[in-house]
Design a protein around this ligand. Structure first.
Ligand code: BES
Ligand code: MN
Ligand code: ZN
Length: 516
């Protein structure tokens, strides 16, 4: 992992491979109206106040995420200045938006792969800005090269991509100030755990089956003083977890239900996070066609997010109890697999007619939600790559938020916004429940095709304990980035929802989580 420190060093004397500065589009309409962002005064001065002009000559526009490298001015210890675009300059008196800074720091860190150390001289108006820049840099520097011949485990000759930027020094902050220290510590804990969630998502499904995932959770939990309990196939059988067992029935790798309990002696609230952990979703007997299964190792992104968020909450010592539930199974077709037409008896006692074995996420979540409800938490949030319909509705960067309580749904959407994650509230219209009527069982695992994301949400709602506030995040779109990297988001696993869950836990700890 990239190291992060606050530094008071002045840019000229700093020993680093590069100094990162911000450049914004100025207020006037004429093209090439560039403004060097605050934080880079010393650098600009060394160019005799001409940095904006030099950047203009080099074709920089100040557009968000744009990266321009230029030789550092003479007298500088660092050889390179990297200017990153911040988009439009904020109104007079206002500072740059934290998410803009986070993304810019991410783009800069990614562009500096192969470098050892970089100093970030971006605009820092307060501790939150320092945290955002730190987070962006650590998330943007991420690379998954475990399986590359010349990656982490081999010789680093650059043939298979450069190693990530190793060290980030943040300039412009106050290293002795409590708030700044806390912001950097938070950025490190959240980013490290989020990057670990990305690693889990990116790990190929032949290496990350339910058992392997549970083992990773066990190790991490021990390290961070989190209580962990793993239900294996025998325990699941004994407990009557028909949903998780039914989904895992076709796989040579047995399912698991993992419970992670982080408790704080000062906690006033208890949150439960539930994650969909399908380590590979082939669709089962309702097999997915080619073109739809190549990235389905990402179907455990919800469980990865929950896992990362619980560990982050523990590392930050948040004053709230957080229970994480990882519903782990592999969805495969075989002679022992659940058939379309089979009826499963769920942990809640309800029966489900499985009409489509590819609607498996809701089955494992149903058992985990009912189990989580038994503890009577103040609220449950589940996270799942649940439906293609949600991707059609909201695209690849926004997750949908559904809930059984409007105020809680709003609170979660606001938490996501504060965390820098795009999300959107979605309804759970009662009339769509009818489509899941089954002639044989209490409910079917499929309903109307139209509004498929909401239908899935309505199915889950049936398995939330009476009177418990619940929200459901469908992250099928943003969990896995199949196109090029942007901002601090790499190709592949993104760590979607980790920061939202951490923010929800923080708000619950401070008593500020909406109505709850
Ligand atoms: N894991 C998929 C959803 C998914 C789709 C995740 C695209 C990430 C990207 C889920 O298990 C699934 O197959 N859902 C079906 C449900 C349908 C059969 C009712 C879907 O969305 O097509
Ligand atoms: Mn599926
Ligand atoms: Zn799935």
């Amino acid at each position: 992992m990239t190291a992060l420190t606050l530094s008071t060093a002045a840019a000229p004397g700093l020993r680093a491979d590069a100094i990162v500065v911000g450049v914004a589009k100025g207020g006037s309409a004429k093209s090439g109206d560039l403004v060097v962002a605050p934080g880079a005064e010393a650098v600009d001065k060394a160019y005799d106040g001409g940095l904006a002009g030099v950047l203009e000559t080099l074709g920089a526009s100040g557009g968000e995420g744009e990266v321009t490298k230029l030789p550092a001015p003479s007298g500088f210890k660092a050889p390179v200045v990297l200017a990153v675009g911040l988009g439009a300059q904020p109104d007079k008196g206002a500072s740059f938006d934290t998410e803009t800074l986070r993304r810019a720091a991410g783009a800069a860190a990614r562009a500096l792969a192969g470098s050892k150390k970089a100093a970030f001289a971006l605009p820092v108006a307060d501790a939150a800005d320092a945290g955002a820049i730190g987070e962006g840099a650590l998330l943007g520097a991420y690379a998954f090269d475990t399986y590359k011949e010349n990656g982490r485990n081999g010789k680093k000759d650059g043939k298979n991509g450069k190693p990530p930027l190793a060290e980030v020094a943040l300039l412009g902050g106050k290293p002795r100030d409590k708030a700044y220290k806390a912001a950097v510590e938070r950025a490190v804990a959240v980013s490290e755990e989020l990057n670990r969630a990305r690693d889990l998502v990116n790990t190929p499904p032949n290496d990350l089956n339910p058992e392997a995932f549970a083992a990773v959770a066990q190790t991490a939990a021990k390290e961070h003083g989190i209580k962990v309990q793993v239900l294996d196939e025998k325990a699941l059988e004994k407990g009557g977890y028909g949903g998780i067992l039914g989904v895992g029935a076709g796989s040579a790798s047995a399912p698991r239900l993992v419970k992670l309990s982080y408790t704080s002696s000062k906690a006033k609230k208890h949150l439960a996070f539930v994650g969909k952990g399908i380590t590979y979703d082939s669709g089962g007997i309702s097999l997915k066609p080619a073109g739809h299964n190549e990235t389905m190792k990402c179907d455990m992104s919800g469980a990865a997010a929950v896992f990362a968020a619980v560990v982050a909450a523990a590392r930050l010592g948040l004053e709230v109890n957080v229970t994480g539930w990882l519903a782990l199974a592999e969805n495969m077709p075989s002679g022992s697999a659940t058939r379309p037409g089979d009826v499963l008896r769920m942990y809640s006692g309800k029966t489900v007619e499985v009409l489509n074995t590819d609607a498996e996420g809701r089955l494992v979540l149903a058992d985990a939600l009912w189990k989580a409800s038994e503890d009577k938490p103040d609220a449950i949030v589940d996270v799942a790559t649940l439906t293609g319909a949600m991707v059609l509705a909201l695209g690849n960067r926004t997750f949908g938020v559904m809930a059984n309580d409007d105020a809680f749904r709003t609170a979660v959407v606001e938490a996501a916004e504060e965390a820098g994650e795009p999300s959107w509230p979605m309804p759970l219209p009662d009339h769509l429940k009818k489509g899941m009527d089954s002639p044989t069982a209490d409910i079917a695992n499929m309903g109307e095709r139209m509004g498929g994301g909401l239908v899935a949400g309505l199915f889950l709602k049936e398995f939330v304990g009476e009177g418990i506030t619940w929200a459901h995040l469908d992250i099928a779109g943003p969990a896995f980035n199949e196109s090029g990297p942007f901002g601090y988001t790499p190709k592949g696993g993104t760590g979607s929802a980790v920061r939202t869950l951490v923010r929800v836990a923080e708000l619950a700890a401070s008593g500020d989580l909406g109505a709850k």
